[in-house]
Design a protein around this ligand. Structure first.
Ligand SMILES: [Fe+2]
Ligand SMILES: [Fe+2]
Length: 247
């Protein structure tokens, strides 16, 4: 069997792996009856780099299960409602909590780093993640989120600095999410899954609880966007295009 590539057609994908086909369908890019179209052609339509989809399909083909997170109660929301939910439940929460956690980590590192050198890496890593997340949220709020609201309210997309197709910002956001997932895994590793050591005082324990809350919320935030918001945005652009409104 040939390697998966942008020249792989939907029919070939279906023969190769039902899990991969299901993953592609979950993006909303693929419409039934299009089985001769290639992955590269689908991606071109949405302004999405094929490697993003190929990486996603490769993970699906490895039976990489999604995180055990239930977001089914959000599925009845409209696209703008999902955007508003993400802003209120995750962006605002992160912005409210991160400065205090950064300050607390610094205090704990100053008091305990001599006993556990990993704490210095915790500080460097968490400060990097907090900066990256703020930049990421600004990017979403300046491009993808207005595009989603435009599609719903106007039936078209007003150009943003990231263009007028949702695939461009989704590609950037997916790259950022993948980086964040790697950083979250490292944060878990460095803190022994947020487990307090025997010498931890109340401040140290509080820091671990705040880091765990940050990690849990970021995991849910990323999952909601990857598995609900992004597929819905692609789906809405596809449906507007089918109706002759061509964002
Ligand atoms: Fe977000
Ligand atoms: Fe995001």
């Amino acid at each position: 069997m040939q390697n998966l590539s942008s020249n792989t057609s939907i029919a070939e994908l279906e023969a190769r792996s039902p899990a991969m086909l299901a993953a592609l369908k979950s993006t909303g890019m693929f419409r039934e009856g299009d089985s001769s179209v290639t992955i590269g052609e689908l991606c071109l339509d949405f302004g999405l780099h094929p490697q993003i989809i190929l990486n996603m399909l490769a993970r699906a083909g490895q039976n990489d299960p999604p995180p055990d997170i239930d977001i089914s109660e959000l599925e009845s929301l409209s696209l703008p409602e999902i955007v508003s939910h993400v802003e209120a439940a995750h962006h605002q929460t992160a912005r409210e909590s991160m400065p205090g956690t950064v300050a607390l980590v610094r205090q704990v590192v100053a008091a305990h780093a001599e006993r556990d050198a990993r704490l210095r890496e915790v500080q460097t890593l968490f400060e990097k993640m907090a900066t990256e997340l703020e930049d990421h949220m600004i990017h979403e709020e300046g491009a993808l989120f207005p595009m989603c609201r435009d599609m719903s309210e106007l039936g078209s997309i007003k150009a943003t600095p990231c263009g007028d197709r949702v695939g461009g910002p989704i590609q950037c956001m997916t790259n950022d999410h993948n980086q964040s997932k790697q950083e979250l895994a490292r944060l878990c590793e460095l803190t022994d899954d947020f487990t307090a050591p025997a010498h931890a005082d109340a401040q140290y324990t509080d820091m671990l609880q705040q880091l765990k809350a940050f990690a849990d919320d970021l995991t849910l935030h990323i999952h909601t966007e990857d598995h609900l918001l992004f597929p819905r945005a692609l789906e809405m652009q596809a449906s507007l295009r089918e109706r002759g409104q061509n964002p």
